[in-house]
Write a protein of this length. Structure first.
Length: 235
């Protein structure tokens, strides 16, 4: 069946994750400085991650706000370190978190090029992300990728997270095509590949590691552009 849509994950697929790690660390360093703590930024990051990461992993399709997880960790970790923090402190931290990510996030190499090429092939180009809307707005502005996307679907909108089928079906509805007419590109086997295959889409695992679960496993956006041309009959 002819290809009509190319849908993409964001973090780790279009967004460079190393830049995200730098921005997160900078946020915790700013927090430690703001509260005049002797605790290092890396120590705060690790303490927050011990709360946020397991909770996120348990979601498995259920709606979970990453911002809310960070909020809960803020009011658990800091009091455990002797800090008397308030709602005002949280508002400051979230603002600093967004600001530093806007300064430091960068796209994966050739992300814009592959989105442009997909559109030139006549494909609907969409984004499917579990990131909270306010963070995604900042991240898309930082990476300058929003102009190349015809539609954005988020877990905050759908009230589910990947790999829930509702997420993928919502993105397909915006694309106006069937699952068989779309390809989905993501870096997570569990959330991206499993979710896409679960609704009948062709799945691309954006990774240097070979895998059997996806229809295709590609290590670069140049390879992805070539695949889109092939699937779109323009190779």
């Amino acid at each position: 069946m002819p290809l009509r849509a190319a849908l993409f994950d964001f973090g780790g697929t279009l967004l460079d994750l190393e830049s995200d790690r730098r921005a997160r660390l900078a946020s915790y360093e700013a927090l430690a400085k703001k509260l005049q703590m002797e605790t290092k930024g890396t120590e705060l990051r690790d303490a927050f991650d011990m709360i946020v990461s397991p909770a996120w992993a348990r979601a498995d399709g259920a709606y979970v706000s990453q911002r809310d997880l960070l909020h809960d960790a803020f009011f658990e970790v800091l009091p455990s370190l002797g800090q008397d923090v308030s709602a005002k402190d949280w508002i400051w931290f979230w603002g600093a978190y967004l600001s530093l990510h806007k300064q430091l996030l960068i796209p994966e190499p050739f992300s814009a090029s592959v989105l442009i090429e997909a559109k030139e092939l006549g494909l609907h180009v969409g984004l499917l992300s579990d990131i909270d809307d306010d963070f995604l707005e900042v991240a898309l502005a930082a990476t300058n990728l929003r102009p190349y996307l015809q539609a954005v679907t988020t877990s905050q909108e759908v009230r589910r997270t990947k790999p829930a089928k509702e997420m993928f079906l919502a993105a397909l509805a915006k694309a106006g095509c069937s699952a068989a007419e779309a390809v989905y590109v993501g870096d997570s086997l569990d959330r991206d590949v499993r979710g896409a295959k679960g609704v009948g889409m062709r799945a691309v695992h954006y990774s240097e590691d070979a895998c059997r679960a996806a229809d295709y496993c590609l290590p670069s956006h140049q390879d992805l552009a070539a695949l889109l041309r092939e699937l779109g009959g323009k190779a």
